[in-house]
Ligand binder design. Structure first.
Ligand SMILES: Cc1ncc(COP(=O)(O)O)c(C=O)c1O
Length: 402
């Protein structure tokens, strides 16, 4: 009998040949520094003997090992339970979920919010539940948005990255096919793009949407907790009443796990009935919900955001004055290298100097734009930023980039 199974070995070889095979390199803890291990396959990993500075995490506010947040998670585990035990719609809805959602809605200035078990689930669940006829999507949107679009019957029209003029042109062209105004249209964009550090022109996107009656959905995964009063770009730009759907994750600045959607009461009622990843998945674990609530509180009411933005300014200035090109205009600092081999060599040299910051290369980014994606976090000390800059100088000189 012929084998009807799967040629996994062949697939892995293909990935290796194309230099696309990924590996897992564990670290002892999630913080601004840690001991990493080489990829070990299924074997027990062996941690390095020296500590590295981490400049590649989305733990932007450095809250993953903050005492207040640990205590909140511990207390929720002890008093509510370690897991939700069922879908929120069955018996998995708890007071910590309700508390988190109330705080998210307050931060985002919306009537209500709904927590999902991941940001990925929130995007896929929301887009599929809305079930638009046409989706207008930024060309660099996150994979979870792309997958949400693929799972609907919608026609997805991709516009140029962060280009509201390109969006308008696509809206105009589509409107010519729909003169009876019968289609439902959704414009969806990341607010901060994680590989480019760019910020979407949200006000211009809202102008374009309003001119054509479309709804706007903003993915604030890389913005939540970092901007005005602990909100995202939507709050920083005062667009709360113009963006219909604000989505985000609890797993980056909020130091936890999970995702959320904030919007009108009707939106939330529809999602909790129709978003399949919400309905048919166990509720967010109570310790994760409690940790995210506490982190949101810290983001809103302390100086932690200021510390992040000071580190961002210091690092950007230092890199630019050395002669590196730093892209974007957010806390994410992609250092443009160009050639993929140079980017890999730079990442290796940085690692040798105790700095972890990976090379991002095609197909994740376009050809000839390989880069090092570097992100400071609020808990890096000034000395850590200086060490990172020294590592860039040494590594850049070593491979002839400076
Ligand atoms: C823009 C964006 N949206 C959504 C997600 C998914 O969030 P989560 O990691 O919580 O599933 C991510 C994270 O990787 C992201 O970068």
């Amino acid at each position: 009998m012929d084998d009807r199974g799967f040629d996994l070995e062949g697939r892995l070889h293909d990935l290796e040949d194309a230099d696309l095979k990924r590996t897992l390199s564990p670290v002892d803890r999630v913080a601004e520094r840690g001991y990493f291990a080489e990829p070990s396959g299924g074997e027990l990993p062996v941690l390095d003997s020296t500590e590295a500075l981490v400049f590649a995490s989305n733990n932007y506010l450095g809250l993953t090992n903050d005492q207040r947040i640990e205590d909140a998670a511990r207390q929720a585990a002890a008093t509510v339970g370690t897991g939700a035990g069922a879908s929120r719609l069955v018996t998995g809805d708890t007071m910590v979920h309700q508390d988190l959602e109330r705080q998210l809605a307050e931060t985002k200035g919306t009537e209500r919010a709904l927590a999902f078990s991941s940001g990925y689930a929130a995007n896929v669940g929301t887009i599929t539940a809305l079930d638009p006829d046409v989706i207008f999507s930024d060309e660099y949107n996150h994979a979870s948005i792309i997958d949400g679009c693929r799972l609907t019957d919608a026609e997805t029209i991709v516009y140029d990255h962060c280009d509201a003029t390109s969006l308008r042109t696509k809206l105009e062209r589509r409107a010519a096919f729909d003169d009876a105004n019968e289609e439902s249209w959704l414009i969806v964009t990341d607010s901060v793009f994680s590989m480019d550090g760019t910020v979407a022109p949200m006000a211009d996107i809202c102008d374009a949407a309003e001119a054509f009656g479309a709804w706007v959905m903003a993915d604030e995964a890389h913005a939540t907790g970092l901007y005005a009063d602990g909100g995202g770009v939507v709050q920083a730009e005062g667009l709360g009443d113009r963006v219909d759907i604000q989505m985000g994750t609890l797993s980056k600045a909020l130091a936890s796990q999970g995702g959320y959607v904030a919007g009108s009461s009707d939106l939330i009622e529809c999602l909790l009935n129709d978003a399949r990843p919400f309905v048919f998945s166990t509720g967010l674990a109570p310790p994760a919900a409690a940790a995210a609530s506490e982190a949101l509180h810290v983001a809103r009411h302390t100086d932690v955001r200021e510390r992040l933005w000071e580190n961002v300014a210091h690092l950007r200035d230092g890199l630019e004055s050395m002669g590196f090109t730093v892209l974007g205009d957010s806390q994410i600092l992609p250092v443009l290298v160009g050639d993929r081999e140079d980017a890999l060599a730079l990442a290796d040299e940085l690692q040798d100097r105790g700095v972890i910051a990976p090379a991002i290369r095609p197909p994740t980014v376009p050809e000839r734009t390989s880069r090092i994606r570097i992100v400071p976090i609020a808990s890096h000390e000034q000395g850590d930023i200086v060490k990172c800059l020294e590592a860039f100088r040494g590594a850049g000189e070593e491979i002839g980039l400076l």
